[in-house]
Design a protein around this ligand. Structure first.
Ligand SMILES: [Zn+2]
Length: 343
Protein backbone atom coordinates (compact mmCIF):
# COMPACT_ATOMS: atom_id res chain seq x y z
CA UNK A 1 0.00 0.00 0.00
CA UNK A 2 1.29 3.45 -0.94
CA UNK A 3 1.57 5.97 1.92
CA UNK A 4 3.36 9.16 2.95
CA UNK A 5 5.56 8.11 5.85
CA UNK A 6 7.81 10.00 8.27
CA UNK A 7 10.82 8.44 10.03
CA UNK A 8 11.73 11.56 12.01
CA UNK A 9 10.37 14.99 12.91
CA UNK A 10 11.40 17.89 10.68
CA UNK A 11 10.57 20.00 7.63
CA UNK A 12 8.24 18.94 4.80
CA UNK A 13 11.25 17.08 3.35
CA UNK A 14 10.83 14.26 5.95
CA UNK A 15 7.62 13.12 4.18
CA UNK A 16 8.51 10.08 2.05
CA UNK A 17 6.25 8.16 -0.32
CA UNK A 18 6.78 4.49 0.53
CA UNK A 19 5.19 1.07 0.51
CA UNK A 20 3.52 0.57 3.93
CA UNK A 21 1.92 -2.53 5.48
CA UNK A 22 -1.69 -3.15 4.40
CA UNK A 23 -4.02 -2.41 7.38
CA UNK A 24 -6.78 -4.84 8.42
CA UNK A 25 -9.93 -3.86 10.32
CA UNK A 26 -9.90 -4.99 13.97
CA UNK A 27 -13.12 -5.68 15.84
CA UNK A 28 -15.30 -2.55 15.75
CA UNK A 29 -13.26 -0.98 12.96
CA UNK A 30 -13.87 -0.30 9.28
CA UNK A 31 -11.29 -0.31 6.51
CA UNK A 32 -11.64 2.79 4.33
CA UNK A 33 -10.26 3.50 0.86
CA UNK A 34 -8.99 7.05 1.34
CA UNK A 35 -10.15 9.55 -1.31
CA UNK A 36 -9.42 12.95 0.28
CA UNK A 37 -7.54 14.14 3.39
CA UNK A 38 -7.45 17.63 4.85
CA UNK A 39 -3.98 19.04 5.42
CA UNK A 40 -4.18 20.73 8.80
CA UNK A 41 -2.00 23.02 10.87
CA UNK A 42 -1.58 21.45 14.31
CA UNK A 43 -2.47 17.81 13.65
CA UNK A 44 -0.49 17.43 10.41
CA UNK A 45 2.19 20.08 10.21
CA UNK A 46 2.62 20.49 13.97
CA UNK A 47 2.99 16.72 14.43
CA UNK A 48 5.41 16.42 11.49
CA UNK A 49 7.54 19.26 12.86
CA UNK A 50 7.56 17.76 16.38
CA UNK A 51 5.58 20.72 17.76
CA UNK A 52 2.36 18.89 18.65
CA UNK A 53 2.28 18.59 22.47
CA UNK A 54 -0.18 15.67 22.25
CA UNK A 55 1.94 13.60 19.86
CA UNK A 56 3.27 10.36 21.33
CA UNK A 57 4.16 8.33 18.27
CA UNK A 58 6.62 5.71 17.08
CA UNK A 59 8.39 5.84 13.72
CA UNK A 60 7.78 5.01 10.95
CA UNK A 61 4.55 6.99 11.20
CA UNK A 62 1.77 7.89 8.76
CA UNK A 63 0.26 11.35 9.29
CA UNK A 64 -3.26 12.34 8.24
CA UNK A 65 -6.23 13.07 10.51
CA UNK A 66 -9.71 14.01 9.17
CA UNK A 67 -10.53 12.45 5.80
CA UNK A 68 -13.21 11.04 3.52
CA UNK A 69 -13.41 7.85 1.51
CA UNK A 70 -15.27 4.64 0.80
CA UNK A 71 -15.73 1.71 3.18
CA UNK A 72 -14.20 -1.45 1.68
CA UNK A 73 -14.39 -3.89 4.60
CA UNK A 74 -15.95 -3.98 8.07
CA UNK A 75 -14.55 -5.71 11.15
CA UNK A 76 -16.39 -7.91 13.64
CA UNK A 77 -19.29 -6.26 15.42
CA UNK A 78 -19.70 -3.38 12.97
CA UNK A 79 -23.41 -3.01 12.29
CA UNK A 80 -23.99 0.51 11.03
CA UNK A 81 -21.72 0.62 7.97
CA UNK A 82 -21.09 -1.59 4.95
CA UNK A 83 -18.72 -1.79 1.98
CA UNK A 84 -19.52 0.89 -0.60
CA UNK A 85 -20.62 3.53 1.93
CA UNK A 86 -19.25 7.04 1.21
CA UNK A 87 -18.02 8.33 4.57
CA UNK A 88 -16.23 11.08 6.45
CA UNK A 89 -13.96 10.29 9.39
CA UNK A 90 -13.21 12.48 12.40
CA UNK A 91 -9.79 11.85 13.96
CA UNK A 92 -10.99 12.26 17.57
CA UNK A 93 -11.41 8.78 19.11
CA UNK A 94 -12.76 8.95 22.66
CA UNK A 95 -12.64 6.20 25.29
CA UNK A 96 -16.43 5.98 25.75
CA UNK A 97 -16.04 5.01 29.44
CA UNK A 98 -14.86 8.06 31.41
CA UNK A 99 -17.21 10.50 33.21
CA UNK A 100 -16.83 13.06 30.37
CA UNK A 101 -17.78 10.48 27.72
CA UNK A 102 -20.64 9.04 29.78
CA UNK A 103 -22.21 12.48 30.26
CA UNK A 104 -22.10 13.50 26.58
CA UNK A 105 -19.20 15.90 27.11
CA UNK A 106 -16.71 13.69 25.35
CA UNK A 107 -14.70 16.71 24.14
CA UNK A 108 -13.28 16.54 27.68
CA UNK A 109 -12.20 12.87 27.45
CA UNK A 110 -8.73 12.69 29.04
CA UNK A 111 -7.64 9.57 27.13
CA UNK A 112 -8.87 10.50 23.66
CA UNK A 113 -6.62 9.49 20.78
CA UNK A 114 -6.17 11.18 17.43
CA UNK A 115 -5.92 9.40 14.10
CA UNK A 116 -2.64 10.43 12.46
CA UNK A 117 -1.17 11.50 15.81
CA UNK A 118 -1.51 8.59 18.26
CA UNK A 119 -2.34 5.97 15.65
CA UNK A 120 -1.52 5.52 11.96
CA UNK A 121 -3.17 8.14 9.80
CA UNK A 122 -4.80 8.67 6.45
CA UNK A 123 -1.95 9.79 4.16
CA UNK A 124 -2.31 6.28 2.77
CA UNK A 125 -4.38 4.39 0.23
CA UNK A 126 -6.24 2.64 3.04
CA UNK A 127 -6.64 3.09 6.79
CA UNK A 128 -8.59 1.15 9.42
CA UNK A 129 -10.53 3.30 11.91
CA UNK A 130 -13.07 2.78 14.74
CA UNK A 131 -16.65 2.71 13.47
CA UNK A 132 -17.73 5.34 16.00
CA UNK A 133 -15.84 8.17 14.27
CA UNK A 134 -17.16 7.28 10.80
CA UNK A 135 -20.32 8.83 9.33
CA UNK A 136 -22.04 8.52 5.96
CA UNK A 137 -21.92 11.73 3.92
CA UNK A 138 -24.66 13.29 1.77
CA UNK A 139 -24.51 12.41 -1.94
CA UNK A 140 -24.38 16.14 -2.72
CA UNK A 141 -20.92 16.47 -1.18
CA UNK A 142 -17.71 15.48 -2.93
CA UNK A 143 -15.01 13.60 -1.03
CA UNK A 144 -12.88 16.77 -1.09
CA UNK A 145 -15.68 18.83 0.49
CA UNK A 146 -16.41 16.11 3.06
CA UNK A 147 -12.73 15.93 4.05
CA UNK A 148 -12.70 19.71 4.47
CA UNK A 149 -15.67 19.48 6.87
CA UNK A 150 -14.98 16.17 8.63
CA UNK A 151 -13.50 17.67 11.81
CA UNK A 152 -14.26 21.38 11.72
CA UNK A 153 -17.97 20.90 10.95
CA UNK A 154 -18.69 18.84 14.10
CA UNK A 155 -16.40 21.10 16.18
CA UNK A 156 -18.30 24.19 14.99
CA UNK A 157 -21.64 22.56 15.81
CA UNK A 158 -20.35 21.63 19.28
CA UNK A 159 -19.16 25.20 19.90
CA UNK A 160 -22.54 26.65 18.98
CA UNK A 161 -24.60 23.96 20.74
CA UNK A 162 -22.70 24.18 24.02
CA UNK A 163 -23.01 27.98 23.85
CA UNK A 164 -26.79 27.55 23.58
CA UNK A 165 -27.34 29.10 20.12
CA UNK A 166 -30.93 30.14 19.46
CA UNK A 167 -32.51 31.00 16.14
CA UNK A 168 -31.81 34.62 15.21
CA UNK A 169 -28.95 35.09 17.71
CA UNK A 170 -26.11 37.42 16.81
CA UNK A 171 -22.88 35.41 16.56
CA UNK A 172 -19.43 36.96 16.21
CA UNK A 173 -16.77 34.76 14.59
CA UNK A 174 -13.24 36.18 14.76
CA UNK A 175 -10.72 35.23 12.06
CA UNK A 176 -13.61 33.91 10.00
CA UNK A 177 -11.33 33.44 7.01
CA UNK A 178 -9.38 30.71 8.84
CA UNK A 179 -10.21 27.08 8.13
CA UNK A 180 -12.24 26.47 11.30
CA UNK A 181 -13.52 30.07 11.42
CA UNK A 182 -15.15 29.93 8.01
CA UNK A 183 -16.83 26.60 8.70
CA UNK A 184 -18.03 27.90 12.09
CA UNK A 185 -19.51 31.02 10.50
CA UNK A 186 -21.25 28.90 7.86
CA UNK A 187 -22.61 26.40 10.37
CA UNK A 188 -23.91 29.28 12.54
CA UNK A 189 -25.61 30.82 9.52
CA UNK A 190 -27.18 27.50 8.51
CA UNK A 191 -28.54 27.19 12.08
CA UNK A 192 -30.33 30.53 11.78
CA UNK A 193 -27.76 32.82 13.42
CA UNK A 194 -27.01 36.35 12.23
CA UNK A 195 -23.27 36.18 11.75
CA UNK A 196 -20.70 38.95 12.11
CA UNK A 197 -17.49 37.65 10.52
CA UNK A 198 -14.15 39.34 11.04
CA UNK A 199 -10.78 39.32 9.33
CA UNK A 200 -7.87 41.73 9.62
CA UNK A 201 -6.91 41.32 5.96
CA UNK A 202 -8.65 43.36 3.23
CA UNK A 203 -8.56 40.62 0.60
CA UNK A 204 -9.95 38.04 3.01
CA UNK A 205 -12.83 40.35 4.02
CA UNK A 206 -13.57 40.82 0.34
CA UNK A 207 -14.01 37.04 -0.10
CA UNK A 208 -16.01 36.78 3.16
CA UNK A 209 -18.46 39.38 1.79
CA UNK A 210 -19.47 36.85 -0.87
CA UNK A 211 -20.69 34.36 1.75
CA UNK A 212 -23.90 36.09 2.81
CA UNK A 213 -23.01 36.94 6.41
CA UNK A 214 -24.88 39.77 8.14
CA UNK A 215 -21.69 41.83 8.42
CA UNK A 216 -17.98 41.51 7.68
CA UNK A 217 -15.74 43.68 9.87
CA UNK A 218 -12.10 44.39 10.76
CA UNK A 219 -11.30 44.10 14.49
CA UNK A 220 -8.35 46.48 13.93
CA UNK A 221 -10.78 49.21 12.84
CA UNK A 222 -10.96 51.82 15.65
CA UNK A 223 -14.76 51.84 15.46
CA UNK A 224 -15.15 48.01 15.53
CA UNK A 225 -16.88 47.95 18.94
CA UNK A 226 -19.29 50.75 17.96
CA UNK A 227 -20.03 49.09 14.64
CA UNK A 228 -21.06 45.84 16.37
CA UNK A 229 -23.17 47.75 18.89
CA UNK A 230 -24.93 49.56 16.01
CA UNK A 231 -25.50 46.40 14.00
CA UNK A 232 -26.95 44.54 16.99
CA UNK A 233 -29.18 47.44 18.07
CA UNK A 234 -27.06 48.09 21.14
CA UNK A 235 -27.46 44.56 22.56
CA UNK A 236 -24.11 43.08 21.55
CA UNK A 237 -23.68 39.51 20.40
CA UNK A 238 -25.11 36.41 22.10
CA UNK A 239 -22.12 34.22 21.20
CA UNK A 240 -18.54 35.09 20.27
CA UNK A 241 -16.38 32.34 18.79
CA UNK A 242 -12.72 33.23 19.28
CA UNK A 243 -10.08 30.65 18.37
CA UNK A 244 -7.31 33.24 18.24
CA UNK A 245 -6.40 34.32 21.80
CA UNK A 246 -4.89 37.70 20.89
CA UNK A 247 -4.22 40.08 23.80
CA UNK A 248 -5.08 43.03 21.52
CA UNK A 249 -8.28 41.57 20.09
CA UNK A 250 -9.82 39.76 23.07
CA UNK A 251 -10.87 42.91 25.00
CA UNK A 252 -12.83 43.99 21.91
CA UNK A 253 -14.55 40.60 21.80
CA UNK A 254 -15.52 41.07 25.46
CA UNK A 255 -16.69 44.62 24.76
CA UNK A 256 -19.23 43.50 22.14
CA UNK A 257 -20.56 40.54 24.16
CA UNK A 258 -24.14 41.08 25.32
CA UNK A 259 -25.85 40.16 28.58
CA UNK A 260 -25.81 36.36 29.14
CA UNK A 261 -23.32 36.22 26.28
CA UNK A 262 -20.94 33.30 25.82
CA UNK A 263 -17.39 33.36 24.49
CA UNK A 264 -16.25 30.00 23.11
CA UNK A 265 -12.70 29.04 22.23
CA UNK A 266 -11.62 25.87 20.43
CA UNK A 267 -8.14 27.04 19.62
CA UNK A 268 -5.61 29.67 20.56
CA UNK A 269 -3.76 30.30 17.34
CA UNK A 270 -1.89 33.36 18.59
CA UNK A 271 -1.77 31.77 22.07
CA UNK A 272 -1.30 34.98 24.03
CA UNK A 273 -2.60 35.30 27.60
CA UNK A 274 -5.63 37.57 27.38
CA UNK A 275 -7.06 40.02 29.93
CA UNK A 276 -10.47 39.10 31.32
CA UNK A 277 -12.49 41.57 33.42
CA UNK A 278 -14.36 39.29 35.84
CA UNK A 279 -16.36 42.24 37.16
CA UNK A 280 -17.84 42.91 33.72
CA UNK A 281 -18.32 39.15 33.27
CA UNK A 282 -20.40 38.67 36.40
CA UNK A 283 -22.37 41.90 36.06
CA UNK A 284 -23.58 40.75 32.65
CA UNK A 285 -23.86 37.03 33.62
CA UNK A 286 -21.52 36.03 30.83
CA UNK A 287 -19.42 32.88 30.35
CA UNK A 288 -16.18 31.87 28.71
CA UNK A 289 -16.00 28.24 27.61
CA UNK A 290 -13.12 26.20 26.21
CA UNK A 291 -14.07 23.26 23.98
CA UNK A 292 -11.24 21.07 22.75
CA UNK A 293 -13.13 19.31 19.97
CA UNK A 294 -16.56 17.87 19.15
CA UNK A 295 -19.07 15.62 20.89
CA UNK A 296 -20.17 12.28 19.42
CA UNK A 297 -23.66 13.78 19.16
CA UNK A 298 -22.30 16.59 16.98
CA UNK A 299 -20.96 14.05 14.48
CA UNK A 300 -24.54 12.89 13.84
CA UNK A 301 -25.94 16.40 14.04
CA UNK A 302 -23.46 17.94 11.66
CA UNK A 303 -23.88 15.41 8.85
CA UNK A 304 -27.65 15.74 9.17
CA UNK A 305 -27.28 19.53 8.91
CA UNK A 306 -24.98 19.12 5.91
CA UNK A 307 -27.73 17.31 3.99
CA UNK A 308 -29.50 20.60 3.42
CA UNK A 309 -26.67 22.76 2.25
CA UNK A 310 -23.17 23.33 3.52
CA UNK A 311 -20.84 25.61 1.62
CA UNK A 312 -17.25 24.53 1.87
CA UNK A 313 -14.27 26.21 0.50
CA UNK A 314 -11.58 23.91 -0.81
CA UNK A 315 -8.75 26.26 -1.71
CA UNK A 316 -6.54 23.78 -3.50
CA UNK A 317 -5.95 20.06 -3.88
CA UNK A 318 -2.67 18.16 -4.14
CA UNK A 319 -1.99 14.50 -4.94
CA UNK A 320 -0.39 12.19 -2.35
CA UNK A 321 2.90 12.43 -4.30
CA UNK A 322 2.78 16.21 -3.81
CA UNK A 323 2.26 15.99 -0.02
CA UNK A 324 5.48 17.94 0.69
CA UNK A 325 4.27 20.80 -1.50
CA UNK A 326 0.88 20.72 0.24
CA UNK A 327 2.58 21.09 3.64
CA UNK A 328 4.78 23.96 2.38
CA UNK A 329 1.71 25.68 0.92
CA UNK A 330 -0.22 25.52 4.22
CA UNK A 331 2.86 26.53 6.24
CA UNK A 332 3.24 29.61 4.03
CA UNK A 333 -0.45 30.43 4.83
CA UNK A 334 -1.23 30.79 1.14
CA UNK A 335 -4.66 29.19 1.45
CA UNK A 336 -8.11 30.65 1.94
CA UNK A 337 -10.21 27.64 2.91
CA UNK A 338 -9.08 24.06 3.11
CA UNK A 339 -6.18 22.29 1.45
CA UNK A 340 -6.88 18.68 0.60
CA UNK A 341 -4.81 15.72 -0.56
CA UNK A 342 -6.65 13.66 -3.17
CA UNK A 343 -6.18 10.04 -4.15
ZN1 LIG B 1 -13.54 9.24 27.66
Amino acid sequence: MKAAVIHEFGSADVLKIEDAPQPRPDSGEVLVNVHAVRVGGLLDIGTRAGRNPFARLTFPHILGADFAGEVVEVGQGVAGLEPGDRVAVSPFVTCGRCPACLTGRDYGCPSAQLIGVHRQGSYAEQVSVPEKVVRRIPSTLSYEQAAALALSGPVALTQLSVAGLRDGDWVLVTAAASGLGLVTAQVAKSMGARVIATSRKDWKREILRGHGFAAVLDTDDGSFVDQVRDITGGDGVAIAIDDISSAAMFPKVCAVLGRLGVIVSSGAQVAEAVPLDLRALYLKSQSVIGIRTHTQAALDGFWTLAQNRMETLVDRTFTLDEVGDAHRYVEAEKNFGRVVLTF
